[in-house]
Design a protein around this ligand. Structure first.
Ligand SMILES: [Ca+2]
Ligand SMILES: [Ca+2]
Ligand SMILES: [Ca+2]
Ligand SMILES: [Ca+2]
Length: 463
C-alpha cells in the first residue's frame, strides 16, 4: 500500500472522527447539562439582572412560558397550552403579564371538516398562577396562529391577525371590532409568501404614540406604518420585498420616538442573523395623522447592529431604559442582555425562545433610548468585543463556525435548526452535514484503489 494512500485514509478517518465528535459532544453536553429540563436550567450572570425576565418559547412540540428571577432562578413555568407567542407586561401588577396562546382543536371540537386552532389573549399573575382568558377566536389550522396583540386601553386590544393578513382593534368586553386594516389595502398578493395560507406572515403590531400603527409584514421584508384614517404611509416603509440587505424576514420591530432619540426602529433581522436599528433621518415629516405623506420626507439609515457567532434566527430585541438590549436568540437557544459596549452581561440558555420581556422596564422598548442618543456601539462577528481577553482556541473556533455557517444560506439553515432536536446547534449541524460528503469521497477513493475499481483511462496512464 502506498504511503500516499495511508495518508489519505488517515485524513478521511480524522475528518469522520472530528464530525462525530462535534455531534457527540453536543448531545453529551445537552444530556449532562440538563438541557431538556428547563426548570433545572438557570441564567448565567455576570451581574444579576435588573428585574424578572419572562420568556416564551415556540418549537415543534415544545412551548412554554418561563419567568426568571434576577439571579437566574425559575419563578414561574407553564407549558399547558399548545403554543405561546408574544408576552407583555400588564398594568394589573408588577408580576402580571399577558400573552398570546394557541390551543389545537380536533375536528369534533371545532365542528369542522379539518382541525382548527383556538387563539387567545390570556393574563396571568406569575406570583399566584391565576390566569384569565380575555379574548379568543377559532381559525382553520391551515391559517397561521396569532403571534402578537398589544393592549391599547381598558378592554381594547390591537391584534396582529396573521391568519387573515390584517390588524384589528377589538373591545374585549363586547367582542366588537372597532377598526381594521387589511394588508391588501397597500400590498399586492403577488408580493411576499404564498397566498392565502402564509401571504404576509404578519407577526407583530404596535400603536405608536402619534396614533399610527406599525405592522411587521415578515414575508414582504417590510415594517409598514399605517395611518388609521388614510392607510399605508409609503414614504415611511422600512425595508421592501426581497431587499434582504435591509431586512430579511424580520420579527418584533420596536419604535423609539423622537423624545428618546428617534424616530428609530429596533428590530430582529431574523434571516440575516442580526439585530439592527434604523434611524429616520432628514426628518421634516412628523408622521402623525394628517401630516405630509411625501416619500422624500425622510429615509432610514442603519445606526446600530449586533451579532455574534452564536446568533441564529433572533426573533426579539428590546432596548431597555439603561441602554442595554435584551435579545431573544431562537436557534442559538438563549436570551441575552448586551450592554452599550456590546458585551453580554446576562444570559439564560433556553430552547427555542420566541420573545422576552424584562419586567419593570416597560413594554418591549418603551423607555429605551435610540442607539444614537445613548452612543451604543455596534458589534459584529468580525469585530469581537475584548479580543485580548479571549483564548486563542475560542477565537479560532468562532472563525471556523462563522466560515462554515456562511456556506449555506440562512433561509435553509434556520428552518432546519428549528425542526431538528434541540441539542443540534450550528456546530452539531456542521458535523452532521459534513459526514455524507466525507463518507462519499472516502468510498469513491476506496473504489478507485480497489482491484475492481473503475478507473479513468487517463489516470491509468504509463507515468
Ligand atoms: Ca412582548
Ligand atoms: Ca407588539
Ligand atoms: Ca421587541
Ligand atoms: Ca420583547
Amino acid at each position: 500500500m502506498s504511503r500516499r494512500r495511508t495518508l489519505a485514509r488517515t485524513v478521511f478517518a480524522g475528518l469522520v472522527l472530528f464530525a462525530v465528535a462535534l455531534v457527540g459532544s453536543g448531545l453529551l453536553s445537552w444530556v449532562v447539562g440538563d438541557g431538556a429540563d428547563v426548570t433545572a436550567a438557570g441564567a448565567e450572570t455576570v451581574a444579576p439582572a435588573n428585574g424578572t425576565t419572562v420568556i416564551t418559547t415556540s418549537m415543534q412540540g415544545n412551548n412554554r412560558i418561563v419567568a426568571y428571577a434576577p439571579d437566574g432562578s425559575v419563578l414561574y413555568f407553564n407549558d399547558s397550552h399548545g403554543v405561546y407567542d408574544d408576552v407583555d407586561p400588564s398594568p394589573r401588577g408588577a408580576y402580571t403579564v399577558t400573552y398570546i396562546g394557541t390551543e389545537k382543536l380536533n375536528r369534533a371540537e371545532c365542528h369542522s371538516s379539518e382541525p382548527c386552532t383556538r387563539q387567545f389573549i390570556e393574563r396571568v399573575n406569575l406570583t399566584t398562577g391565576e390566569a384569565e382568558r380575555l379574548y379568543s377566536r377559532v381559525v382553520a389550522k391551515a391559517q397561521n396562529h396569532w403571534h402578537d396583540a398589544d393592549r391599547i386601553g381598558p378592554h381594547r386590544w390591537l391584534v396582529a391577525d396573521i391568519a387573515h393578513d390584517r390588524v384589528f382593534v377589538v373591545n374585549t368586553s363586547t367582542g366588537i371590532e372597532t377598526w381594521s386594516w387589511h394588508a391588501q389595502n397597500g400590498y399586492d398578493v403577488r408580493s411576499g409568501g404564498i397566498f392565502p395560507n402564509d401571504w404576509t406572515h404578519l407577526n407583530d403590531v404596535e400603536r405608536l404614540p402619534d396614533g399610527r400603527v406599525m405592522v411587521s409584514l415578515r414575508n414582504q421584508d417590510t415594517v409598514a406604518f399605517v395611518d388609521p384614517e388614510t392607510g399605508v404611509r409609503r414614504g415611511w416603509s422600512l425595508g421592501s420585498d426581497g431587499n434582504h440587505s435591509r431586512l430579511y424576514e424580520q420579527h418584533n420591530p420596536d419604535y423609539i420616538p423622537p423624545e428618546r432619540g428617534g424616530p428609530s426602529v429596533v428590530v430582529a433581522d431574523s434571516e440575516n442573523n442580526r439585530i439592527v436599528e434604523y434611524q429616520r433621518v432628514n426628518r421634516t415629516d412628523t408622521g402623525g395623522p394628517g401630516g405630509p405623506t411625501n416619500a422624500s420626507a425622510g429615509t432610514w439609515t442603519r445606526t446600530w447592529q449586533w451579532r455574534d457567532t452564536e446568533l441564529r434566527w433572533p426573533r426579539d430585541a428590546d432596548r431597555l431604559p439603561n441602554g442595554h438590549t435584551l435579545i431573544t436568540d431562537t436557534n442559538g437557544g438563549r436570551v441575552i442582555e448586551v450592554d452599550e459596549a456590546g458585551r453580554v452581561v446576562w444570559r439564560v440558555d433556553i430552547e427555542g425562545p420566541y420573545e422576552a420581556e424584562r419586567l419593570g422596564t416597560g413594554d418591549e422598548s418603551a423607555g429605551g433610548p435610540s442607539a444614537v442618543r445613548a452612543g451604543i456601539e455596534s458589534r459584529s462577528v468580525a469585530e469581537p468585543v475584548a479580543e485580548s481577553d479571549r483564548p486563542v482556541w475560542e477565537a479560532a473556533a468562532d472563525e471556523a463556525v462563522a466560515a462554515w455557517s456562511s456556506v449555506l444560506p440562512s433561509i435553509v439553515v434556520n428552518p432546519l435548526l428549528y425542526v431538528l432536536p434541540p441539542w443540534i446547534g450550528i456546530v452539531e449541524l456542521g458535523g452532521l452535514l459534513s459526514l455524507p460528503p466525507v463518507a462519499l469521497a472516502w468510498g469513491l477513493a476506496e473504489l478507485y484503489w480497489s482491484p475492481y475499481g473503475v478507473r479513468l483511462s487517463r489516470s491509468d496512464g504509463v507515468r
